[in-house]
Design a protein around this ligand. Structure first.
Ligand code: ZN
Ligand code: FE
Ligand code: FE
Ligand code: ZN
Length: 253
């Protein structure tokens, strides 16, 4: 299978050197992945080393090694991201919303504020910004679609209503959504997105990719088999990877 969301540098935890690249690719090979996609946070742009990834990848002929980016989407900062994307021929680009209105909401310290806010308003505003991300034409993929649930706060309104416009935009723009297995290891304790959303995504004909969101080598590919089995159960026939911004289709069987 494939893992299209791994962070070689983590949160600036290590260098993009040969040894660290090999650790990620060794784990991918050990787990039998066919394709792996590096997608470091745009914050660590200066620390990235794409040519070294390309070089080390040649030691792994059985593994398709892709290079992407996880870009922080903020309204009115499209130019900044566009500029980064002009610097390298990325295979894929994940647009993620980890903050809005100056609030980086996914840090553990922010949990109390999640419980204090109006849950419906929290979800409404998150999906509003996510919709703008999907409209921006900067990305191939939208990351962890329902990240706002990270601490387990649930809306009173139906999630399908709250996510409706974001999903329509994703479908219109031909964007791909990931099953991101990392949510299981956050307080919410489940994949992003939740199962009802997965079913709705499939119903709307939106394509899926898979990602562990590994920030360390040893969790590359974590729960990816389970995620692909879940998609197959729901009735999703294929998942996609990316090469040079083009989708590469893998049959789920
Ligand atoms: Zn991260
Ligand atoms: Fe993220
Ligand atoms: Fe990530
Ligand atoms: Zn992520």
């Amino acid at each position: 299978m494939l893992d299209m969301h791994v962070h070689l540098i983590g949160h600036n935890d290590r260098e993009a050197n040969r040894e660290n690249i090999r650790a990620f690719l060794d784990e991918a090979s050990r787990r039998g992945l066919k394709e792996i996609g590096f997608a470091d946070h745009d914050y660590y742009w200066e620390q990235m080393n794409f040519s070294l990834i390309r070089e080390v990848a040649q030691e792994y002929p059985g593994l398709a090694v892709r290079i992407g980016l996880e870009a922080e989407y903020r309204p009115h900062e499209e130019g900044r991201i566009k500029h980064l994307l002009e610097q390298f021929p990325f295979d894929f680009v994940i647009g993620s919303v980890h903050e809005f209105d100056g609030w980086a909401f996914d840090y553990p310290e922010e949990e109390p504020l999640h419980w204090k806010k109006d849950a419906d308003e929290l979800y409404r505003r998150y999906f509003e910004v996510l919709t703008l991300a999907a409209k921006s034409r900067l990305f191939t993929t939208i990351g962890h679609f329902d990240l706002i649930k990270i601490f387990g706060v649930r809306p009173r309104k139906d999630i399908l209503t709250l996510a409706d416009e974001a999903l329509s935009t994703v479908a219109e723009q031909g964007l791909v959504l990931e099953v991101n297995t990392n949510g299981r290891y956050k307080p919410v304790g489940e994949f992003y997105p939740e199962r009802r959303l997965m079913e709705e995504i499939m119903r709307r004909g939106i394509e899926f990719t898979l990602g562990s969101d590994a920030h360390v080598a040893k969790v590359v590919g974590r729960d990816i088999d389970e995620a692909s089995q879940l998609l197959r159960q729901i009735g999703v026939p294929t998942v996609v990877g990316f090469a040079g911004l083009d989708k590469v289709s893998y049959k789920l069987d």
